[in-house]
Design a protein around this ligand. Structure first.
Ligand code: TXA
Ligand code: MG
Length: 504
């Protein structure tokens, strides 16, 4: 056991898409572009961890690049980092393709074992960060904790990453999480257990879901639920969504559960679909704003499910932001606006969906989407047939108060446009594009691209954190490009239109 404590933990990092922008095979030094936060993240990490880079250069075995060229690039990056004070203990290169079945290919732990032998690394207290699903599985069998980045290829492959791995928007967020959780799974486990205890004691716990972070309380405890409204400065006429961990728990909250509801639960739970139905008498009025219906959903984030199970309560939770403001998709966002108003904040990384759940009412005749969200109308219709939708800005606010025109708003003047090129000459604007375009380099303002691969789900997952970031940067206006009006684009356009409503 003594030896265990003398051995050092490490952070293993992928190179392309994690430390430097992934632009395909790098051949010359002047193609190297470090991410803006690479140096500062590595400087912080190296105070407590040995740093290793593992690069998978399958191009070598295909003859597309020589190992000499790869070494030269690695040396150049190493030099860049060294000049900035960052010391990488060792660079490892796997020259193979996945189909080569080599002993070093991801997710094999070959290089991790080399590090353990040659540098006295304790693998079981180590982390690995990468933007490919294989990266974060590497060494999982030896206790290495994998963190996934939504940079590089990270968006395209997000769905392939097991839910147990927290995901992050940027390297700096992953680095901060590592520093905050030196006990890895045990630390996480402890925060979920403390959160569950807080909920059971009638206090508030903020927690991650796959959509946005929630501010939770025991849904059957009126006083606990009242504290949510106070913390958020939320008017009492805006009802809360109740989160449950199994279908039986949902049925207990509804007066009756029609077969269409069961079909939807089976198709989309756990996941970003909220169902509105007449409530059972155990649901307190404060949850439903005095109305006859209750909104219920089963989130898919493993810490949310565990929190609900361990607390033994259905958990009422709105998004963990001040009323009317942009929803939080990281724990840091929650802290910014609500620190001090909850007992526990469970940091489960970034939310993978990044926009709120779809709210679907089955309470009367026609199923109706009250709020578009993570599950699309097309998906719902494939299970229960036609659904009605509320058109934006025509909503009866009493039907679903979250549908108020101005909501989800940043502080900076915010405009939504199909043609961001109209603002090309404005040097003082931040322009948010969901995908790169050909003219963007001629824009005089600063451009933020949500998904370099134009993946709409990935772009949606980055939207709120980008809006929040840009909101702090002092631009005179934010111009956001409309998403295409289908799939997840319906939900993001809805939110951005509401954000813009304050300024039109
Ligand atoms: O993804 C989500 O739904 C997130 C996470 C935390 O689960 N929660 C969330 O909650 O967005 P909140 O409070 O920010 O939005 C809840 C929405 C509001 O638009 C509210 O009016 C609507 O759900 N809602 C709640 N109960 C309702 C009911 N009984 N009838 C109609 N709409 C309801
Ligand atoms: Mg909200």
């Amino acid at each position: 056991m003594k030896e265990h404590h003398n051995r050092k933990p490490a952070v293993f990092l992928d190179r392309d898409g994690t430390i430097n922008h992934d632009i395909g095979i790098l051949r010359s030094e002047n193609q190297i572009r470090l991410y803006d936060d690479a140096v500062s993240s590595l400087l912080q990490l190296q105070e407590h961890y040995e740093l290793f880079v593992i690069t998978n250069q399958g191009g070598i075995s295909q003859g597309l690049v020589t190992s000499k060229e790869v070494d030269r690039i690695n040396d150049a990056i190493d030099q860049l980092l060294r000049n900035a004070g960052v010391c990488i203990t060792q660079w490892y290169v796997c020259p193979h393709q996945r189909s080569d079945n080599c002993s070093c290919i991801k997710p094999n732990s070959y290089f991790l074992e080399l590090a353990a032998e040659d540098f006295g690394i304790d693998i079981s207290r180590s982390y690995i960060i990468g933007d490919h699903p294989h990266d974060v599985e590497t060494g999982a069998d030896k206790g290495v904790f994998g963190l996934y980045l939504m940079t590089g290829h990270g968006m395209k492959h997000l769905r392939e990453v097991a839910l147990a791995h927290p995901v992050f928007h940027h390297l700096s967020h992953a680095a901060q999480w590592i520093l905050d959780h030196p006990g890895q799974r045990e630390d996480l486990q402890r925060s979920v257990t403390e959160g569950a205890r807080a909920i059971a004691e009638g206090k508030l716990a903020a927690f991650p879901t796959e959509t946005v972070y929630g501010l939770g309380a025991d849904a059957l405890d009126e006083n606990a639920a009242a504290a949510i409204f106070t913390a958020k400065k939320r008017p009492l006429h805006d009802p809360l969504i109740v989160h449950i961990a199994d279908i039986e728990q949902a049925k207990n909250l509804f007066l009756e559960t029609p077969s269409a509801a069961v079909a939807l639960m089976e198709a989309f739970w756990p996941g970003p679909l909220t169902l509105v139905l007449p409530k059972a008498s155990i649901v307190p009025d404060i949850i439903t704003a005095g109305g006859p219906t209750v909104a219920v959903r089963m989130p898919s984030h493993p810490f949310a499910l565990q929190l609900i199970r361990e607390s033994g309560r259905p958990i009422a939770a709105p998004s963990a932001n001040l009323f009317g403001r942009t929803s939080p998709t990281t724990a840091a966002h929650v802290k910014e606006q609500l620190e001090g108003s909850y007992e526990v904040l469970i940091d489960g990384g970034a939310c993978r969906v990044g926009v709120e759940s779809t709210v679907l009412s089955l309470a009367d005749g026609t199923p109706r989407i009250l709020r578009p969200g993570g599950i699309t109308a097309e998906q719902i219709e494939s299970v229960i047939g036609p659904v009605a939708t509320n058109r934006i800005l025509e909503t009866d606010s009493a039907a679903s108060p979250g549908m108020l025109p101005s909501h989800y708003a940043p502080r900076t003047r915010f405009m939504l446009t199909a043609n961001p090129g109209e603002y090309a000459d404005d040097p003082d604007s931040a322009i948010i594009l969901y995908e790169p375009n050909e003219e963007e380099f001629s824009y005089k303002g600063k451009v933020f691209v949500l998904s370099h691969e134009g993946d709409l789900r990935g772009a949606a997952a980055m939207l709120y954190s980008t809006m929040r970031l840009v909101d702090t940067m002092g631009f005179s206006k934010i111009v956001a490009q409309r998403f295409p009006d289908f799939g997840i684009g319906v939900a993001t356009n809805d939110r951005m239109q509401r954000a813009a409503a304050d300024f039109t």
